[in-house]
Design a protein around this ligand. Structure first.
Ligand SMILES: *[C@@H]1O[C@H](CO)[C@@H](O)[C@H](O)[C@H]1NC(C)=O
Ligand SMILES: *[C@@H]1O[C@H](CO)[C@@H](O)[C@H](O)[C@H]1NC(C)=O
Ligand SMILES: *[C@@H]1O[C@H](CO)[C@@H](O)[C@H](O)[C@H]1NC(C)=O
Ligand SMILES: *[C@@H]1O[C@H](CO)[C@@H](O)[C@H](O)[C@H]1NC(C)=O
Ligand SMILES: *[C@@H]1O[C@H](CO)[C@@H](O)[C@H](O)[C@H]1NC(C)=O
Ligand SMILES: *[C@@H]1O[C@H](CO)[C@@H](O)[C@H](O)[C@H]1NC(C)=O
Ligand SMILES: *[C@@H]1O[C@H](CO)[C@@H](O)[C@H](O)[C@H]1NC(C)=O
Ligand SMILES: *[C@@H]1O[C@H](CO)[C@@H](O)[C@H](O)[C@H]1NC(C)=O
Ligand SMILES: *[C@@H]1O[C@H](CO)[C@@H](O)[C@H](O)[C@H]1NC(C)=O
Ligand SMILES: *[C@@H]1O[C@H](CO)[C@@H](O)[C@H](O)[C@H]1NC(C)=O
Ligand SMILES: *[C@@H]1O[C@H](CO)[C@@H](O)[C@H](O)[C@H]1NC(C)=O
Ligand SMILES: *[C@@H]1O[C@H](CO)[C@@H](O)[C@H](O)[C@H]1NC(C)=O
Length: 834
């Protein structure tokens, strides 16, 4: 019924989630119910110094965090429907007899953290229905006051300070219905050195009792024995109690319904190492305890038989922050069907804080050493702390072994069949995982993060084929993973769904690393050194989160984008985290930016993505489309520029080539014919270099044919017996004329050019002249083989510079055309040609 009521109230609230300003006080938020009546007023944090006048039907009033100093008499006289009022963190000083007069139905009252010093002992009698009362943190000693609490009260939270000499006969008088008592010093003040059967005598129906941080040193037998309904007891943080002092508690608990017992830190921080004796906990055997907390007690070991005297109903054990090694106590645990154990933070270092408060003034007789068999302890204390436990409680499902800084290799280990599903070994120093661990068939979750591990063997996971979640972040696995070309490390765990490989200094993941992991849903590779997504992911149809943050990606190339698009076809939920990567927005990566603007893949925190633009500015990538447009413009003009530039360059090169060819056209032609001749007349050309077939090649213009045939041949061939090459006579028929010319020149010692005004205008003459020049320059090493013969006055010929140069080189003879001087001319010519 209560739940139903709550649900209705909740529905009403949801209908008016956002309250509106109250009419009676605009600093308050009002919530109305169906009948349009204000049912709740929230006046918290409103700087109120006085309590507003609330409307008649109001049910809930919240006045937390204000500056209210007093409650006027009869202020709530008209609020008979009021069921809850809270004055948390105000400045109330006095509670008069009529403060709550009229609030007959008030159920819940909070006066936590006020300055109440003066209370009428009957103040609560006007609220007989009160079930919940919190009066912690006030300036008053409620016990001394002999205050009367309403009979119906079920939950009481108050400060509890009693001096040893106090006679607390009347405390909690009349509270037969009290079920929960919280006097914890953590949320208030509690000081109570000794508790005796009288302390709680009046409240035998307690179910939940919190006496933590109460500076308790002694608990007398009989204190709890009559609380047959007690199921929860928290005696933590009474660091003077010790396990010896807790023995009276465990003794009493036999007659209660205890389920959860908390004995955290009942020893001092720097006490000598603790040994839990069988007698300390023996009596728990007769209870139905399910949960036992013994954190922070510097326990080094349990006496033999201590653990096996724990009740068979025990399921959860908390032993963090002690001084255990892995040891035989595990074996004793294995007889108890516990399913959960937390043994984190062994050997943790403690910061110096408030230890000066941890002073125990105990009687001497208690500091005597308890008598235990030293030999037993010795034998028992031989911890095999360089391996994982060799035995595990057979029903254990969850083992937390975190933050213990144990340093060893994990080697082959064959614990008996077990039920372990969840193993958390984070923050140790298991630096090499060799295995194989053969018997963890049920293991689903394995946490080996933060272990400085740099070596994992291909067999390590062989015994845990059902693993679904593997957290191995913050190790040094980059060293081995980089060589795992065929996915052998993970080959035995194909059911894996979550893998965290963050912060492992991985520079590169081989293509087949996740070959067998088709079920992966979440991959975390954040904080590595990856530049490329080089591994296959397209076979993981259910992949929904891929974390590549804080790596060295500048973009994702088309292969990778293709893989991601394959996945999103079957799983539209795919999310990729690319934050904190040095992304680049340039013309090279424009396709990547375009893809980002179009893909359906979600990017986490895309608002924070930055990329470096072409001009070295950083651009936010939260709207990839906009960046793409910018880039598109930039890159298209860039392409145009590139095209223009390359055309220009090609043009330039062509012009240059043409120029070169033109400039060397004669040389090129000469070479051409030379090679051609060489191949055709190979045998003939082999003859002696000095032997030329002709003494001279005569180059002349058709106009001068008469002079050549009539005078030249006569004078030189017949008289001087020189052999001349004349095209009309000596050229081989059927052969190309230009070839004839070049071979003629080749085979002649000299070339005689008969200059005339039209000589250089004739194509063939020019050809002969140039070829002869080439021959002299490139073949005969600039030997002068040229003889220019001019038949007319040179000034009449418009000679080009290169010919004039020859003239000045004196290889030039002018034909006098005068019979007396002619013989001199012929003799001169003959001499030159010889
Ligand atoms: C209570 O109601 C009476 C009559 O309706 C009214 O006179 C009185 O002022 C009210 N008291 C308060 C504290 O609102
Ligand atoms: C406490 O109150 C009871 C009655 O409620 C009374 O008999 C007793 O004398 C009171 N004790 C003190 C110390 O005020
Ligand atoms: C314990 O609780 C049950 C029901 O919750 C109740 O009937 C019984 O009286 C309680 N025992 C004591 C000793 O109060
Ligand atoms: C246990 O209780 C008895 C009285 O019942 C008391 O004498 C003894 O000192 C207590 N032991 C401790 C360790 O407090
Ligand atoms: C423990 O539980 C069993 C069965 O539920 C019950 O018979 C027994 O009385 C309980 N023991 C205690 C000490 O509550
Ligand atoms: C295990 O104990 C440590 C230390 O008390 C605590 O921080 C951690 O939350 C516990 N873990 C679980 C799963 O209970
Ligand atoms: C573990 O279980 C397997 C089969 O489930 C069985 O063959 C083997 O003997 C068991 N080993 C131990 C030590 O119980
Ligand atoms: C690393 O693992 C291999 C087995 O995979 C093992 O042979 C080698 O000794 C290990 N190296 C170290 C330093 O532990
Ligand atoms: C993907 O998930 C669905 C539903 O969770 C499951 O039925 C299917 O087998 C999974 N596919 C793969 C390849 O793991
Ligand atoms: C993309 O990068 C991967 C990994 O470096 C490479 O194997 C692949 O060939 C690249 N694809 C393209 C199209 O460059
Ligand atoms: C993405 O990576 C950043 C940087 O490592 C991290 O802060 C953020 O929490 C990640 N986002 C999600 C959804 O995990
Ligand atoms: C996608 O995510 C939503 C909510 O996060 C979930 O309900 C849905 O099943 C998911 N779809 C797939 C195919 O994983």
């Amino acid at each position: 019924m209560e739940y139903l009521g709550n649900a209705v109230v909740l529905l009403v609230y949801i209908g008016f989630v956002v309250g509106r300003k109250c009419e009676f006080e605009n600093r308050c938020q009002c919530f109305v119910n169906n009948g349009k009546q204000v049912s709740k007023a929230d006046c918290s944090n409103a700087h109120l110094t006085h309590i507003p006048d609330f409307p008649k039907g109001i049910k809930v009033i919240i006045l937390d965090n204000n500056l209210i100093t007093n409650i006027p008499d009869n202020h709530f006289i008209n609020n008979s429907n009021l069921c809850k009022i809270s004055f948390l963190n105000n400045k109330l000083k006095v509670l008069t007899k009529d403060a709550f007069c009229g609030a007959n139905n008030l159920i819940e009252l909070t006066l936590y953290n006020n300055e109440i010093k003066d209370v009428d002992e009957n103040v609560f009698m006007s609220i007989p229905a009160l079930k919940y009362l919190n009066i912690k943190r006030n300036y008053i000693d409620w016990i001394e006051l002999n205050i009367t609490f309403p009979h119906a009260l079920q939950t009481l939270q108050m400060d509890f300070k009693i001096q040893e000499e106090d006679h607390i006969v009347n405390s909690f008088k009349g509270l037969v219905n009290l079920k929960t008592l919280d006097i914890s010093g953590l949320s208030g003040e509690c000081e109570c050195k000794t508790i005796t059967p009288e302390t709680f005598r009046n409240i035998p129906n307690l179910i939940h009792l919190d006496i933590s941080a109460c500076k308790i040193s002694y608990v007398y037998r009989g204190t709890f024995e009559f609380m047959s309904n007690l199921t929860f007891l928290d005696a933590s943080l009474n660091f003077c109690l010790k396990f010896a002092g807790a023995e009276n508690i465990t003794y009493d608990l036999q007659t209660t319904s205890i389920k959860i017992l908390k004995l955290n830190k009942i020893h001092q921080t720097f006490e000598l190492d603790t040994i839990v004796l069988k007698s300390h906990i023996r009596n728990l055997k007769h209870t139905n305890l399910t949960e036992l907390h013994m954190d922070s007690n510097r326990i080094q070991l349990f006496e033999k038989g201590a653990l096996s005297s724990l009740p068979l109903t025990l399921r959860r054990v908390y032993l963090s922050d002690n001084m255990f090694g892995f040891g035989s106590y595990f074996y004793e645990f294995s007889l108890v069907p516990i399913t959960f154990i937390n043994i984190s933070l062994q050997f943790s270092s403690h910061k110096f804080q408030n230890f000066y408060e941890e002073i125990c003034l105990k009687n001497e007789h208690l500091s005597n050493k308890p008598n235990y068999n030293q030999h037993e302890i010795q034998r028992h204390g031989q911890f095999k702390s360089n391996t994982l436990p060799y035995t595990i409680p057979f029903k254990l499902q969850k083992l937390i072994f975190r933050n213990n800084l144990f340093r060893f290799k994990i080697e082959a280990n064959n614990v008996p069949n077990n039920s372990l599903e969840f193993l958390d070994c984070g923050f140790n120093l298991f630096y090499s995982w060799i295995g194989p661990l053969l018997t963890y068939k049920k293991l689903i979750h394995l946490d080996l993060s933060n272990n400085f591990c740099s070596n994992v063997s291909k067999d390590f996971f062989r015994g845990s084929p059902n693993l679904k979640s593997l957290l191995i972040q913050n190790n040094l696995l980059g060293f081995v993973i980089i060589d795992d070309m065929d996915g052998e490390i993970l080959q035995h765990i194909p059911k894996l769904e979550i893998i965290n490989l963050a912060d492992n200094r991985i520079p590169y993941l081989p293509y087949n690393f996740f070959k067998f992991q088709t079920n992966l849903i979440e991959i975390n590779l954040g904080g590595n050194l990856l530049e490329d997504l080089s591994f296959q992911i397209s076979h993981m149809q259910n992949l929904s989160y891929l974390d590549l943050s804080t790596n060295r990606f500048s973009s994702l190339n088309s292969t990778v984008r293709g893989q991601l698009e394959t996945i999103i076809k079957s799983n539209p939920n795919l999310t990729v985290n690319l934050s904190n990567n040095p992304l680049i927005c340039s013309c090279d990566t424009i396709q990547f930016i375009k893809w980002m603007s179009q893909t359906k893949i979600r990017f986490t925190k895309i608002q924070s993505y930055k990329c470096r633009l072409y001009n070295d500015n950083n651009e936010l990538l939260k709207e990839p489309k906009r960046v793409y447009e910018i880039l598109k413009k930039k890159c298209s003009s860039y392409t145009a520029l590139l095209v223009v530039l390359s055309i220009f360059i090609i043009f330039f090169v062509v012009v240059l080539l043409c120029g070169l060819v033109y400039r060397h056209r004669w040389k090129l032609r000469f070479m051409y014919y030379m090679t051609k001749n060489k191949y055709q007349n190979l045998s003939r050309k082999q003859s002696d270099d000095e032997q030329y077939e002709y003494d001279a090649f005569i180059s002349y213009e058709e106009e001068d044919a008469a002079f050549v045939h009539n005078h030249l041949l006569l004078n030189l061939e017949e008289d001087a017996k020189l052999k001349l090459c004349i095209h009309k006579r000596d050229f081989q028929p059927g052969k190309d004329i230009s070839e004839n010319i070049t071979s003629g020149i080749r085979n002649s010692r000299n070339v005689v050019a008969i200059l005339s005004p039209t000589y250089l205008e004739s194509y063939w003459c020019l050809f002969e002249y140039k070829m002869a020049r080439m021959e002299s320059i490139y073949v005969r090493d600039r030997e002068n083989m040229f003889i220019l013969v001019s038949l007319v006055d040179l000034s009449a010929i418009n000679l080009p510079l290169c010919v004039l140069e020859k003239v000045h080189n004196q290889s030039y003879i002018e034909y006098p055309n005068d019979p007396s001087a002619n013989s001199l001319f012929w003799n001169k010519l003959k001499a030159v040609l010889k």
